[in-house]
Design a protein around this ligand. Structure first.
Ligand code: AP5
Ligand code: MG
Length: 219
């Protein structure tokens, strides 16, 4: 008999790495839909808590507004609890976690991983992507002002679009600095563990998705 070959959905314990604006959220939505696995974005979890004015939201806002990382203990606890839920048993896609070596070490003690996808975009392209981003207040879909032609509602669900508080030039500059200092070292961290795959994020979003799916199908 032997061990049964795992189905594709059972090899989908994925971390998405990438700078702010690299397209992690955009790609995570597609992967989650295709493989029917939960999309866990620590940024989205914090923004929900901020909106609901929970104690975590109050703490998170003071860091996010400055472009800094929310403290590790708060963040790790959230991820640990989320990954313990039943829907994560077969797979998940982590978007925006881990963000420093301390978080990555903690994650090793929480779960195994199958792959870490690094979406690479040259730094000089990221400021324009982020300051021009508009997000749907209903379904969370991301847009860019250059393709909206003045529209301010979501093409999918019709709700209003808004600009994230941390998508202004000053906060984006700090987020990029924090990325280079604290998150970029994770590329070497995961390379050393033979988990890293790099995807070219500097192309049309559909082309990025095709490259991502190609990597995942070959796992
Ligand atoms: P988070 O929400 O994770 O923000 P981020 O990492 O800065 O990344 P973004 O969400 O801005 O970008 P993205 O890569 O998802 O790109 P997107 O697909 O939207 O975190 C926010 C804050 O929360 C952090 O600063 C921190 O304070 C805190 N936080 C979160 N996680 C934490 C953690 N683990 N520890 C501590 N603190 C934490 O795309 C961006 C734009 O580009 C959009 O307009 C989109 O339409 C466009 N776009 C996407 N793909 C393409 C493409 N291929 N070509 C052209 N445009 C594209
Ligand atoms: Mg995102």
């Amino acid at each position: 008999m032997g061990t049964p070959t795992p189905e594709i959905g059972e090899k989908m314990k994925i971390v998405l790495l990438g700078a702010p604006g690299a397209g992690k959220g955009t790609q995570a939505v597609k992967i989650a839909e295709k493989y029917n696995i939960p999309h866990i974005s620590t940024g989205d979890i914090f923004r929900k808590n901020i909106k609901e004015q929970t104690p975590i939201g109050v703490i998170a806002k003071s860091y996010i507004d400055k472009g800094n990382l929310v403290p590790d203990d708060v963040t790790i606890e959230i991820v640990k609890n989320r990954l313990a839920e039943d829907d994560c048993k077969k797979g998940f896609i982590l978007d925006g976690f881990p963000r420093n070596v301390y978080q990555a070490e903690a994650l090793l003690n929480i779960t195994e991983l199958n792959v870490v996808l690094d979406i690479h975009v040259p730094t000089e392209n990221l400021m324009a992507r982020l300051t021009g981003r508009r997000v749907c207040s209903g379904c969370g879909e991301s847009y860019h002002v250059t393709t909206l032609e003045g529209r301010n509602t979501c093409a999918r669900c019709g709700e209003n679009l808004y600009q994230r508080d941390d998508d202004n030039e000053q906060t984006v500059a700090e987020r990029l600095a924090v990325y280079h200092k604290q998150t970029e070292p994770l590329i070497e961290f995961y390379k050393a563990k033979a988990l890293l795959k790099t995807v070219n994020g500097d192309q049309d979003a559909d082309a990025v998705t095709a490259e991502v799916l190609n990597v995942l199908e070959r796992l």
